[in-house]
Design a protein around this ligand. Structure first.
Ligand SMILES: [Zn+2]
Length: 876
């Protein structure tokens, strides 16, 4: 799964340090896997027939489950939620056919059958008739309403992960209960339908209906079942014998060409990397016009919000091109990591998500090194380091006790720390040894489940290094180390001392933690080599004292921060502009991290930044502008704000002048991205020339949309929206309602949410209640308005309309909605208010997220008190 802005949507499942098992985990064993369902009865195959009533938003279902009783039992238990059972029976050789009485436990989401006497081991058929709901929110089967050529249309789709398959089919809805699925569905005759496998049979029915039967799936977990149906079109191609398709609503195939070509490349790359070829006959990439914001890796039928996969060559921006490629690479990686080999239980979700994230960056770099995906991934790592440096963080491997906590596991630590840790491990073991281990792991565990211990075993065997010992510190302990670097000249030799302690932003840790830290050490323009820092301290000599400047982690593959002593820092900072990209970016990000943790003064960071004036890389500017943006937000309403804005404008203007307002023929792609990024930063900081230019371009855009290039469209709408008057606002709003492209609608929506005028913000908030807009847009409106300097206004609105707003939220969104509204605040009163509100109005599982966001606000409140005087001292 790829939640939109995964790294910014973090939630920690409830846990305490005491609950963290620091001991080694055991390899996968079905009987020892956590979960609610008894393991003495297992499903082998589900044959299900579904009849959706699209006008009524309900469906009828019938299924026969071939089950195997492994151990004599008088109870059969599986999962259901929001499904009513109309009839149930059990048949088998020894028992004939028994009518069963369903017992549903709503709280536990289970369906049980109590039998008079124990069933002997063997095979039986459980036959069920049932009915359920087609939901508005993306849980189980859901509907989407959209417009095509002015006409109102409805389509249906499903999304199951983690625990919503039970809303469509009574299932053993835990990931270790693998079974095959065979679906049949009755639909309107003008619909096309897609599932995990190709259509096997299609027949006409009376009443304008058709019956479609799909082929049987491989053995898989229930959360990977998919069904999408509507007035759809498909663009297809063959790759390595697999029928690849990109599916869209009618009229959008022009935007399917780029993702189709990308899928061909990605599939070929993974077939080679994993050594086990993609096992299904077809792979559909299904772009739906609503439902959710991310993407879901259903086996053979991946479902995306269309804005995360389609690319319109005439209208889409470069960031859309790169973003869709990387989401595509993430989801297709899951066809192996997650689908072919699945984590045994949700506590090992990182095996799915950390890997898919790591693999996506690797594949993107293989095909598009010019996009610099590894540099981009460092921005994501920064946001994870910031979360992982707080008392509210949790280890990669987290105990997951129930369904509600399973949804909470999809957070930035699972995705981002998982990815960053794998990158560090791959670099240390070597790319070849790492791949050899992954290939062996895939071959050994295909069509089965694993724990982290299975992965360590495979990597250990392939590399000959003690992976388990090295890695478990990183997956079972929360947080990460700060590596301190000191050097001295002794007898003509450079003596280097490295030491580690836990890095924290809020308060010192109560438990002392150490890590086995693989450290690459070298000199600028010289060679680097690995050391393993296993204890608190390590000293070594590096050669003569006049070697080039000392660098630790030159490729920035480590999941830790580095703090140099003053002389070493000055030596590096003095030649910052000439350092390799990753070294240069790491120096900057660690320096900011040290300021945030009160280990370094702000003026030394600002001095360093000033030496990056001519910086060519988007990722580096992104880091600088994001940190200056943080200072700017801390200074809302304070006298320091103009100082920060003046500094930013002085810093950015010379580079922007060089780039100029207009694209130059043959310029690097990165220059085009930088131009838009710097122009937006200038406008945001109130630079009158940038605002005037943005407004003038918006006026031309209204007359002729093609007058603004895809590269600059986000800048133009950003200015128009942020500084909108009522007439401009109306012009954007009417376009938001008209467009049939999700990408465009999101762009217009962001512009409306960014209006600084409180009266216009109030109008945007009302849109969150609209039933005309797709839910994935309406759920972003309130937090979007809040982040644009209207926290109190957005909060008051959300409290007044809570019930209505919650109807649009899915499982993950529900517990995050209210914390999200105040998440950019630096006022501790907001934290108190939000935590009290969540405690009073939501279940205990929502509390962890509330406390995490509250902690972030209190950290920012401390930073505000500390950093604003430092702003005055440095910039006045
Ligand atoms: Zn994923």
């Amino acid at each position: 799964m790829r939640p939109f802005h995964a790294t910014r949507l973090a939630a920690a499942a409830a846990l305490t340090v005491a609950a963290v098992a620091a001991h080694a985990e055991a390899p996968f064993s079905f009987s020892a896997t956590p979960g609610k369902l008894p393991k003495d009865v297992v499903p082998l195959q589900y044959a299900a027939h579904l009849i959706p009533d699209i006008a009524a938003n309900t469906f009828l279902g019938a299924e026969t489950v071939e089950i195997e009783v492994l151990k004599a039992t008088a109870t059969i238990m599986l999962n259901v939620e929001n499904i009513d059972i109309d009839a149930a029976s059990l048949s088998g050789k020894a028992i004939g056919e028994l009518k069963l009485a369903p017992l549903i436990d709503k709280e536990q989401q289970t369906l049980s059958f109590k039998l008079g006497k124990p069933l002997e081991p063997g095979r039986y058929q459980l036959a069920l008739k049932f009915h359920g709901l087609i939901n508005r929110e993306a849980r189980g089967m859901f509907y989407m309403k959209y417009k095509a050529d002015g006409a109102d249309k409805t389509m249906i789709a499903t999304t199951m992960e983690p625990t919503d398959a039970r809303r469509l089919l009574p299932t053993w809805d835990e990931p270790s209960f693998r079974a095959t699925f065979k679906l049949t569905v009755d639909l309107p005759a003008n619909f096309k339908a897609y599932s995990n496998t190709p259509v096997e049979r299609q027949e006409k029915l009376d009443g304008g209906l058709q019956r479609i039967s799909f082929g049987v799936t491989p053995k898989m977990p229930s959360y990977l079942v998919v069904l999408v149906a509507g007035e759809l079109e498909r663009l297809s191609a063959k790759q390595d014998g697999v029928d690849i398709g990109v599916v869209t609503t009618a009229g959008k195939l022009g935007s399917a060409e780029f993702p189709l070509a990308a899928t061909k490349e990605i599939l070929r790359y993974y077939n080679n990397y994993f050594g086990v070829p993609y096992p299904l006959a077809k792979l559909d990439q299904i772009a739906i016009p609503g439902g959710f914001n991310g993407a879901m890796e259903n086996w053979g039928g991946i479902v995306y919000n269309e804005s995360t996969i389609l690319f319109d060559p005439k209208k889409s921006s470069e960031s859309t091109r790169q973003g869709t490629f990387s989401v595509n690479a993430h989801e297709v990686a899951h066809q192996w990591f997650g689908n072919l080999v699945t984590m045994a239980w949700w506590d090992n979700l990182w095996l799915n998500e950390g890997f898919a994230s790591w693999m996506a960056t690797k594949a993107t770099d293989h095909f598009h090194p010019e996009w610099r995906p590894y540099l981009d991934s460092l921005a994501e790592r920064e946001s994870v380091l910031n979360l992982d440096a707080r008392k509210t963080t949790h280890p990669i491997q987290t105990p997951i006790l129930n369904e509600a906590q399973a949804a909470g596991a999809f957070d930035a630590i699972t995705y981002g720390k998982g990815e960053a840790f794998l990158r560090m491990l791959e670099a240390y073991l070597g790319e070849d040894a790492f791949r050899k281990g992954i290939r062996a792991y895939m071959a050994k565990h295909q069509y089965s489940n694993t724990t982290t211990a299975d992965l360590w075993a495979a990597l250990e065997k392939a590399s000959g290094k003690p992976v388990e010992k090295l890695a478990s510190d990183w997956t079972t302990q929360p947080g990460f180390p700060l590596v301190k670097v000191e050097q001295a000249c002794e007898g003509g030799k450079r003596k280097v001392t490295l030491s580690q302690e836990q890095f924290r932003l809020d308060e010192p840790p109560k438990t002392k933690r150490l890590w086995n830290v693989p450290l690459q050490v070298g000199t600028v323009n010289g060679k680097s080599y690995y050391l393993l820092l296993t204890g608190e301290k390590l000293s070594f000599t590096q050669g003569s004292c006049d070697l080039g400047a000392l660098v630790v982690d030159p490729w920035s593959v480590g999941y830790f921060r580095v703090q140099y002593d003053k002389a070493s820092f000055d030596a590096l900072a003095g030649q910052a502009a000439k350092l390799p990209d990753p070294t240069r970016l790491k120096l900057l990000t660690d320096s900011w991290g040290l300021v945030a943790a009160n280990r370094q003064q702000l003026d030394s960071y600002l001095k360093l930044v000033s030496s990056y004036r001519d910086e060519p890389r988007v990722a580096v500017w992104d880091s600088i502008l994001s940190n200056l943006g943080t200072l700017d937000t801390l200074a809302i309403g304070e006298p320091e704000r103009p100082l920060i804005r003046r500094y930013l404008i002085d810093l950015v203007s010379p580079k922007f002048k060089k780039l100029g307002w207009d694209e130059k023929p043959g310029e690097p792609v990165e220059d085009g991205q930088l131009r838009a990024m710097l122009a937006s930063a200038l406008a945001r900081a109130g630079d009158p020339a940038a605002i005037a230019e943005g407004r003038a371009r918006f006026a031309r855009y209204l007359a002729d949309p093609s007058s603004v290039s895809p590269a600059m469209i986000d800048f133009v709408l950003h200015v128009a929206g942020r500084y909108a008057d009522p007439a401009t606002y109306d012009a954007i709003a009417s376009r938001a309602m008209q467009t049939q492209s999700n990408e465009e609608r999101n762009r217009f929506g962001r512009a409306l949410a960014s209006a600084l005028d409180p009266q216009l913000a109030a109008r945007t908030l009302q849109l969150a209640l609209s039933h005309q807009l797709p839910t994935q847009l309406t759920t972003n409106i309130v937090p979007g308005v809040a982040r644009n300097e209207h926290i109190d206004q957005a909060w008051t609105f959300a409290v007044a309309n809570r019930d209505e707003l919650m109807k649009n939220q899915d499982a993950i969104g529900r517990s995050r909605a209210f914390p999200n509204i105040v998440s950019s605040s630096s006022n501790a009163m907001h934290a108190d208010m939000m935590e009290a509100y969540v405690k009073q109005n939501f279940g205990p599982d929502a509390l962890a997220e509330a406390e995490r966001v509250g902690n972030g606000i209190r950290i920012r409140a401390m930073q505000k008190a500390r950093l604003l005087p430092q702003v005055r001292a440095a910039l006045q």
